[in-house]
Design a binder for this molecule. Structure first.
Ligand SMILES: Nc1ncnc2c1ncn2[C@@H]1O[C@H](COP(=O)(O)OP(=O)(O)OP(=O)(O)O)[C@@H](O)[C@H]1O
Ligand SMILES: [Mg+2]
Length: 265
């Protein structure tokens, strides 16, 4: 089978894109898929969650390389963190270069897809984490992906950013970047279930004529064990003992397996 890749995207910052990417990675690995993780965000959150186990003296393909010329890839190899899981990292030393890419001409966004296309036979699932800022790296991830899932945060400032998200998805699909990009759905994330206003807002968004049908029928509540699991580099559902952790585990396992199932279809 050839790789199907999902990008986790929403240019709004801090709404769980990386948390979702990391756990999609864990779920894909648990399903025994050959998995390629690509960190399109200069902050390197996905890279941090899967630390280096391979030879530090070797030259591995890293995120900036995806935007360079084919010659830049000569002598670089894929970094495997396990025999079936590889990662393309946003390295700390490339922070400025990746930031500069945010303002590069849009055509640069087509380069990573060309490099990643060469790898489709080596993997079953690709997971692309994207930055919380509009620019070429986000455009590139959406161009190289088969599908996108968008964490959705509630609140005035958060939902205001949705217009930007639509604009970029429209650009990807109609602007010659990736007409086949599929929307898996919007995933309500970091939801404060104790806040009645937030819950009412979610209910009303679910009834919205355009937005409602693409909001996934479940959510990820804001729960302390989620952040802890991320900090411990564990899947949210692993080792749950408290009620809150068990609830978080069920939510995240369900959401991640749903996204991977939708990715196949
Ligand atoms: N459901 C949740 N409950 C509690 N904490 C959460 C939850 N989801 C995410 N977090 C925490 O919120 C913080 C922001 O999440 P994350 O880094 O995944 O967001 P992001 O969208 O990737 O941000 P950025 O735009 O900066 O890349 C992290 O510390 C993460 O552990
Ligand atoms: Mg992030």
């Amino acid at each position: 089978m050839s790789m199907k890749a999902v990008a986790v995207a929403n240019p709004k910052g801090g709404i769980a894109k990386s948390a979702v990417s990391v756990n999609l990675g864990h779920e894909s690995i648990e399903q025994a898929n050959r998995t390629l993780l690509v960190d399109f965000d200069k902050q390197g959150s996905l890279s941090l969650a899967f630390p280096r186990t391979a030879d530090p003296t070797k030259r591995y393909i890293k995120t900036v390389d995806l935007f360079g010329t084919p010659e830049g890839l000569v002598g670089a190899e894929l970094e495997y963190v396990t025999p079936t899981v590889a990662i393309i990292r946003a390295e700390k030393e490339d922070f400025e270069a990746l930031r500069a890419l945010e303002r590069a001409p849009d055509d640069f966004a087509k380069r990573p897809a060309r490099v990643l296309r060469e790898l489709v036979d080596k993997f079953d699932v690709g997971v692309f984490d994207t930055p919380g800022v509009i620019g070429v790296p986000l455009l590139a991830a959406l161009t190289a992906a088969d599908a996108v899932v968008c964490p959705l945060a509630l609140g005035l400032f958060e939902t205001d950013g949705l217009a930007q998200l639509w604009q970029i998805i429209r650009q990807v699909k109609s602007g010659g970047f990736n007409p086949k990009l599929r929307m898996i759905g919007m995933l309500p994330s970091r939801v404060n279930t104790r806040d009645k206003m937030a819950m009412a807002e979610l209910e009303s968004l679910r009834k919205h004529p355009q937005l409602g049908p693409i909001i996934l029928p479940f959510m990820l509540a804001e729960r302390v064990p989620v952040a802890r699991a991320i900090n411990m580099r564990k899947p949210v559902w692993q080792g749950a003992k408290t009620a809150s952790h068990k609830a978080a585990g069920q939510e995240w396992k369900h959401a991640c397996s749903h996204v991977l199932t939708s990715l196949e279809g």
